[in-house]
Design a protein around this ligand. Structure first.
Ligand code: ADP
Length: 447
């Protein structure tokens, strides 16, 4: 096992990784920007290294500075968390070339899944159901119209290198398709330096269901059920739950089995998420994330496992600590993403946290790097905490969540806390009958 690891991230996820490492008897090294000198992840870590000025491009994305921090402190491995360098194949490769272990999958797998066209081809070949669409990229308008006629309108133009919902345009008709192609290409080129686009059938009212997978890198893999992440605003998840209210035990075992088999055959190492759209009882693969997800705690909660510990274990060459037959979910979990944002327009609300009181009690977990007097810097993501609640069933979980939300105190900055009270009271949320467009529609009507 490693004796020291470096955490290449900040905020709640840096704390999350620190906690797992400490429980395993591993020393931690925090890296931080000058804006984060007094952040909690820096205070808690055994050592810390400043890697640059506030902009992420010069600090948390500063690869030479992060690798140097590893060498100076003698850290044997790097955990990238989510975001920042977590899905950067080049970084994973450089780290390994320096004799440091990257806690995550191989650079090849990161790169393969980062190209959505190659990812889809790979998954289709491994028996994973995909959204009907073009086989590979589309070049000309004529070619696109021909493919779209076959799959049927509306179609979605998507960027091969896409992420965060960018480079995606819906074309309702053949007439609208050339324009959508042009717009998606321009956006993709500007955001990712790659104008390659492909076509998919646009599903009108799907749910977002994702399957957590885990592999040992040597051909063994398991699935840990699904998370329902359909409640999204601008393609950003807002509330996630597990299990999904619309997936039964038999369906879970079937799609989970398909996913576990696929990653086993790939020889995938560590945690991964296979994302699907789910409509009329059918699953359609959209992408695979080759990292820990923000919403991983809902899975940990119902399976009573520690995904970060498991990531560190397999990165150190140990076998997985569980087999599929031992994994059975218990109860229901919901996560609320608390953002430092002002309602109704969701504008970022950085500043000084005058008072912070996390909720507690049975079945309540608050992952956050906040403390009294902490100043939320304006440079980074607005996620400041994740409230995760466990209940015997969905109803019990919602009651406990309501109670926990009442206990949560964050004074001094605006947050999205209020939104969740309203969502919890909504009959459609209570019934679990929402799709991926539900939240945007609801926000439009209520804010
Ligand atoms: P990104 O990597 O940019 O997040 P994804 O492929 O994961 O892109 O898609 C992001 C979101 O866009 C999905 O959660 C869903 O809301 C929507 N989406 C993607 N593909 C489709 C599709 N074929 N039909 C309808 N909505 C889609």
């Amino acid at each position: 096992m490693f004796s020291k690891i470096l955490i290449a991230n900040r905020g709640e996820i840096a704390l999350r990784i620190h906690r797992a490492a400490k429980e395993m008897g591993i020393q931690t090294v925090a890296v931080h920007s000058t804006a984060d000198a007094s952040a909690m992840h820096v205070r808690l870590a055994d050592e810390s290294v400043c890697v640059g000025p506030p902009p992420a491009s010069q600090s948390y994305l500063n690869q030479p500075a992060i690798v140097s921090a590893c060498e100076i402190t003698g850290a044997e491995a790097i955990h990238p968390g989510y975001g920042f360098l977590s899905e950067n194949a080049g970084f994973a490769q450089i780290v390994e070339e320096h004799g440091i272990t990257f806690i995550g999958p191989s650079a090849e797998h990161i790169s393969l899944m980062g190209d959505k066209i190659r990812a889809k081809e790979t998954m289709r070949a491994l028996g994973v159901p995909c959204v009907p669409g073009s086989e590979g990229g589309v070049e000309t308008d004529e070619e696109a119209v021909k493919i779209a006629d076959e799959i049927g309108y509306p179609v979605l133009v998507k960027a091969a290198s896409g992420g965060g919902g960018r480079g995606m345009k819906v074309a309702p008709t053949a007439e609208a398709l050339p324009h959508a192609l042009r717009e998606a290409r321009a956006e993709a080129l500007a955001a990712f330096g790659d104008a390659t686009v492909y076509l998919e059938k646009y599903l009108s009212r799907p749910r977002h269901i994702e399957v957590q997978v885990f592999g040992d890198g040597r051909g063994q893999a398991v699935h840990l059920g699904e998370r329902d992440c359909s409640l999204q605003r601008r393609h950003q998840k807002v509330l996630e739950e597990a299990p999904s209210p619309v997936i039964d035990t038999e369906t879970r075992a079937r799609i989970g089995g398909v996913c576990a088999k696929a990653v086993a055959e790939m020889g995938y190492r560590g945690a991964g998420t296979i994302e699907f759209l789910f409509e009329d009882g059918e699953f359609y693969f959209i992408e695979m994330n080759t990292r820990l997800q923000v919403e991983h705690p809902v899975t940990e909660t119902i399976f009573s496992i520690d995904l970060v510990r498991e990531q560190i274990r397999v990165a150190a060459g140990l076998p997985m600590s569980f087999a599929q037959a031992e994994l059975s979910p218990r109860g229901h979990a919901i996560e609320c993403r608390i953002n430092a944002e002002r309602l109704p327009d969701f504008a970022p609300s950085p500043g000084r946290v005058a008072a912070y009181h996390p909720p507690g009690g049975l079945g309540v977990r608050m992952d956050s790097a906040l403390y009294d007097g902490y100043v939320i810097p304006p440079y980074y993501d607005s996620l400041i905490g994740k409230l995760i609640v466990h209940g015997a069933d969905r109803e019990d979980c919602m009651m406990r969540l309501h109670r926990a939300l009442h206990e949560l105190i964050i004074d001094g900055v605006d947050t999205t806390q209020e939104l969740f009270f309203q969502l919890l009271e909504n009959p459609e949320i209570r019934a679990g009958t929402y799709d991926i467009h539900w939240l945007e529609r609801w926000i439009g009507e209520h804010y």
